[in-house]
Design a protein around this ligand. Structure first.
Ligand code: F6R
Length: 241
């Protein structure tokens, strides 16, 4: 594991965006694995700046997002499709037909999950997988459990995850109960992983995930088995590393 500890939000965003940009500069057709949540927002903003400066292009890139809520349409302000459009895609030259996100409105979510697995496998290997980490150690929406799934699947969200995400909704009742998420196997198949975390509330789970035992009760701990991981943290999140 390579740990990069930065001392300001600006550095955090520069380092994160820099990794994505240099990948696209050396391989314009790269496949990106993208995450939502609050952690990558500043990184995506910085990428938009690099695009505006003519330093990076997404025209030939492909992307696969980690997850999507079931029941939220692309127009819903809290759907991850809407998030990605707002925070990145609408502001760069990404061809939206190459930007894949699981379909949260599919009549048959299980089938949509299978279809996503098929698309991912046809695409080949994700070159760089961006990850955030939940307070309970989830990555994507792979929640702590006795068993984890390899491929994209439907998942019931833990109460703690719904509570954490309720800040974006009017009330917790509006937070969807289920999501479609890429599986741990797909995440670990990527060529390189960039795990990002900021803030003191992530320090303990990061320590557990990166230095504790491998366990399905902390899905992020499985990242320790990957041979090419960069962990980007601020001082607070990296306080126990
Ligand atoms: C988002 C995702 C989640 C988040 C995690 C951390 O696509 O898959 O695993 O990365 O919940 O969220 P933030 O960044 O909001 O702390």
């Amino acid at each position: 594991l390579n740990i990069v500890k930065v001392s300001s939000d600006e550095q955090f965003n520069q380092v994160g965006a820099g990794m994505i940009a240099s990948l696209l500069q050396s391989n314009p057709r790269a496949i990106l694995g993208l995450a939502t949540g609050s952690t990558p927002v500043g990184v995506y903003s910085h990428l938009i700046e690099l695009y505006q400066q003519g330093l990076v292009s997404f025209a030939q890139a492909r992307s696969f997002n980690l997850d999507e809520y079931i029941g939220l349409s692309a127009e819903h302000p809290e759907s991850y499709r809407h998030f990605m459009n707002e925070k990145l895609f609408n502001h760069v030259d990404m061809d939206l037909k190459n930007a894949h996100i699981p379909d949260g409105t599919a009549a048959d979510p299980e089938k949509a999950a299978l279809e996503y697995t098929r698309m991912l496998e046809n695409a080949g290997q994700v070159d760089l997988q961006i990850l955030g980490i939940g307070h309970n150690g989830h990555i994507g929406f792979n929640e702590p459990a006795d068993e984890l799934h390899a491929h994209t699947h439907v998942v019931e969200l833990k109460e703690r995850t719904r509570e954490a995400n309720a800040r974006f909704f009017n009330s917790i009742d509006e937070v969807p109960t289920h999501a479609i998420t890429m599986g741990i196997g797909s995440i670990l198949k990527s060529r390189q992983i960039l795990l990002m975390a900021r803030g003191a509330s992530k320090a303990e789970i990061l320590e557990r995930a990166l230095t504790g035992p491998l366990t399905t009760q902390c899905p992020a701990s499985l990242i320790q088995t990957h041979s090419n991981v960069v962990v980007l943290v601020d001082q607070a999140a990296g306080g126990r590393l």
